[in-house]
Design a protein around this ligand. Structure first.
Ligand SMILES: [Zn+2]
Length: 322
């Protein structure tokens, strides 16, 4: 998990707790001031709790029927509130998440992150890396029907059949990480064949699995590379050290003299040296990769021992989308 985002989620949880406690305090004050009879019921219940605690501290057995008497006192308070036109639970503790009572954690001896924390974390991580909100681009929502099912002359598979294999390969990669084989993955093909959707589906699956993934466009990468070339602000170093890096649309970024190729090589080479996985989508085929980025980059990206190269072919599905 990304520590900075997790910290933010837990800090927000604490703020929420504090806000809800302040609301509860205000409500109690309001009721005490307006309704002396309810104030008296509250005082009596408080006394009962106090007496129970002191008794326990003195080693006395629990007072007889204490739970029943507490429940009866609370029932009277709830009823009195309703008679005055308030909701029965107006003075109950306020929790946004009843599961963890807004502590963010569940479990007694072994603390586990509550589902509310996981959900907030995933939402924030998606936003931080530019994934569409809601996490809608998933393997489950991947529509195979939009790909033509007719075989083109000479083709062994239809576009839909080929896409089914590629989709499965991407899903398996995301499910098996960090034990996936091979380490890297490339989706190569022209625009409109579903590359970005697959990349997003992989990112969403990895985020669900609480893996540390960073998704950036090749264009943003070049911006970072350019700044790092002139100012060395450390951002490129961060990309290089990211657990799983996804680079979208390689080939669409401008070619900057001394920067694009040098920094891309630096990124890829350094990540391979550290054995960190990189997932790339590109509109270039192997030959075009070689032509644009030189042999030393292309060979690193297409080495079958370290990289699963998935070529997407067929017709643009964006116009025929149902
Ligand atoms: Zn919770």
């Amino acid at each position: 998990m990304r520590e900075d985002i997790l910290k933010e989620v837990l800090r927000e949880k604490q703020e929420l707790q504090a806000r809800n406690e302040a609301i509860a305090t205000d409500r109690a004050r309001e009721i005490r001031e307006k309704y002396p009879d309810i104030a008296e019921l509250l005082r009596q219940r408080q006394q009962m709790i106090q007496a129970g605690i002191f008794g326990a501290l003195r080693g006395e057995a629990a007072a007889e029927n204490l739970p029943e008497r507490m429940e009866q006192a609370s029932g009277e308070i709830r009823q009195a509130l309703q008679e005055k036109g308030y909701p029965a639970d107006y003075l109950a503790p306020i929790y946004d998440c009843p599961l963890c009572q807004d502590t963010g954690f569940i479990g007694e001896r072994i603390k586990e992150k509550c589902s509310c924390v996981r959900k907030n974390y995933q939402t924030k991580l998606r936003a931080a890396i530019g994934l569409p909100e809601g996490g809608d681009e998933t393997f489950e929502r991947f529509q195979m029907e939009i790909f033509p099912d007719e075989k083109r002359p000479g083709a062994r598979l239809s576009q839909r059949e080929a896409m089914g294999i590629i989709r499965k390969a991407c899903e398996t990669w995301a499910d098996q990480y960090p034990d996936q084989q091979p380490r890297d993955l490339i989706l190569a093909g022209k625009s409109g064949l579903g590359k970005t959707f697959l990349l997003h589906a992989m990112a969403n699956r990895l985020i669900e699995r609480e893996k540390n993934v960073l998704l950036i466009s090749a264009y943003s990468f070049l911006e970072i590379a350019r700044r790092s070339y002139f100012e060395n602000d450390g951002q490129l170093e961060e990309l290089i050290g990211t657990e799983i890096l996804m680079l979208d649309d390689l080939g669409s970024e401008p070619m900057m003299q001394n920067i694009t190729i040098e920094q891309l090589f630096n990124l890829i080479n350094e990540r391979q040296r550290r054995n960190l996985p990189t997932v790339i989508s590109t509109n270039l085929n192997q030959e075009e990769l070689r032509g644009r980025y030189s042999e030393r980059i292309a060979s690193r990206l297409t080495d079958r021992r370290s990289c699963l190269y998935l070529p997407l072919e067929g017709q643009d599905i964006r116009n025929g989308r149902k």
